[in-house]
Design a binder for this molecule. Structure first.
Ligand code: FE2
Ligand code: FE2
Length: 474
């Protein structure tokens, strides 16, 4: 194997003052580089890509945009500036000073939380690794690769915390982030949703619209943590994450726009006959990704989630917006499916035990806004059709609703009806074949766009649409 030289690691955490940590990170860095070449984006590794690199945490000017080959990307460790005399904002320890080191009693929980977040970052890169070969334009290829290098930087952020603050167990956990692999039969990624490949660009846009949005909500919750290094790491990661959500939301929006244009132009009103993607297919992809990502928040009732909130380990997104930061008294209505009685049940659960549900609710609100904006695209094209966000009950694999069957509007359905109608509601093999068919060819000429997607309204960082976002000649 090629010997990889360990280089100084860009950082704003005064890494140089801790030689032991520099050694640990350099070792991890060389393993990371092997991982990137083996399980990172397939192809385009020797091409120059117009990438954004985090170089500081200044609000105006934290990023540099330039052409760079991905293996030479300067992955670094950046934490948002510390807030002076910051205190814990919620739970039983509210008002107490935040922690600079993990307290002994919360060490295992913090390490677990950081490793869970850390596992999702490289998993997404692995899931998306084949998409470059079918990209609809250089602009989209660049965005895919941008998302990939930044997810890898998030992996760096989590590994840094593990290596710096969690001793031998942290070292092992950081190694495991590189040992596990999406879809591997022996050592898969921790959560199921991160073990299936993202097979086409419609899946990719839905993934970045929904799965990355779960990431955003979880990062915002971690940004409230009493463990200040985690809070600061998460705050800066959320800055980058915004672009991933933009890629997903505008990606689906552009598909909708093109679908509408093709429907209007085609004699039968069919987008697929004109080389596009039909609206019902887009709706089924939406149903799939929304339901898959709803499961990522965990059990509706969870003592562990309650303890994590009470202790200050993880809060709620924008905790300051909530009236009650302790949540000792309030309850939340939680829905479940009683399979024996074939009926829905409701119970009022202490908010503390329902923290996963609180986060899931915030996510749903956010997703409603996304679907509304997608529907504006359809309305602006003069179409009557609209996309719908499915009910939270639909197609759940985890939790209190998972034993039931529900239509996308939330109506309970029998097992027979589900079997009969699920192809109306979730992507079928024929849908995926059709999507892959229109996306079969990569479009790599400057300024050109595949037929199934509209061009974006503007380029990246003020560059024109025909800019050479990826230098495919080099
Ligand atoms: Fe990320
Ligand atoms: Fe992301």
């Amino acid at each position: 194997m090629q010997h990889i030289r360990s280089e100084p690691i860009p950082n704003n955490v005064d890494l140089e003052s801790a030689p032991g940590l520099v050694r640990a990170m350099s070792h991890w860095q060389s393993r990371f580089k092997s991982w990137w070449m083996e399980r990172g984006p397939s192809g385009f590794q020797s091409h120059e890509v117009y990438l954004r690199t985090a170089v500081s945490v200044e609000p105006d000017g934290w990023a540099r945009y330039e052409h760079v080959r991905m293996p030479e990307y300067r992955w670094g460790i950046f934490l948002a500036p510390s807030v002076r005399e910051r205190t814990i904002g919620f739970g039983d320890m509210q008002g107490k000073p935040v922690w600079e080191e993990p307290p002994e009693e919360h060490r295992d929980t913090l390490r677990w939380l950081i490793a869970m977040q850390g596992d999702a970052e490289p998993a997404s890169v692995e899931q998306q690794r084949l998409l470059g070969s079918t990209c609809p334009s250089l602009y989209d290829l660049r965005n895919l690769l941008q998302v990939n290098v930044e997810e890898a930087r998030h992996l760096w952020g989590m590994s840094y915390l593990l290596l710096r603050y969690f001793g031998t167990e942290g070292w092992n956990a950081a190694e495991e982030l590189l040992d596990r692999s999406s879809g591997d039969t022996q050592r898969p990624r921790v959560l199921d949703a991160f073990n299936a490949p993202v097979r086409d660009w419609l899946h990719f846009f839905m993934y970045t619209a929904f799965t990355d949005r779960v990431g955003k909500v979880q990062l915002q919750a971690a940004a409230e943590s009493a463990f200040d290094p985690l809070a600061r790491t998460a705050r800066f990661m959320a800055t980058e994450e915004a672009h991933h959500l933009f890629v997903g939301e505008t990606g689906v929006g552009r598909v909708l726009q093109r679908t509408a244009e093709l429907m209007k132009a085609s004699p039968n009103g069919s987008a697929s006959e004109a080389g596009g993607i039909d609206l019902p297919v887009i709706q089924r992809y939406l149903n799939l990704w929304y339901s898959l990502t709803m499961d990522l928040f965990g059990a509706e009732m969870s003592r562990k989630a309650g303890a994590i909130f009470a202790s200050g380990v993880k809060g709620r997104p924008k905790e300051a917006m909530f009236e009650d930061h302790c949540e000792r008294n309030r309850t939340l209505r939680v829905e479940s499916w009683d399979a024996a009685a074939h009926t829905l049940q409701h119970q009022d659960v202490p908010v503390r035990l329902a923290m996963n549900e609180v986060l899931r609710g915030l996510f749903t609100l956010d997703c409603r806004g996304v679907v509304e904006r997608w529907n504006k695209v359809l309305a602006s094209q003069g179409l009557q059709e609209r996309l719908q966000l499915p009910s939270r009950r639909f197609h759940r694999q985890q939790g209190l609703l998972s034993s039931g069957r529900f239509a996308p509007d939330g109506t309970p359905v029998s097992e027979e009806e589900w079997a009969r109608r699920k192809d109306e509601w979730l992507p079928t093999e024929a849908d995926e074949v059709a999507v892959r068919h229109v996306q079969a060819r990569a479009v790599l000429a400057r300024g050109e766009m595949a037929n199934w997607i509209a061009p974006p309204s503007r380029g990246i960082h003020g560059k024109p649409l025909d800019f050479e976002y990826v230098r495919t000649e080099t």
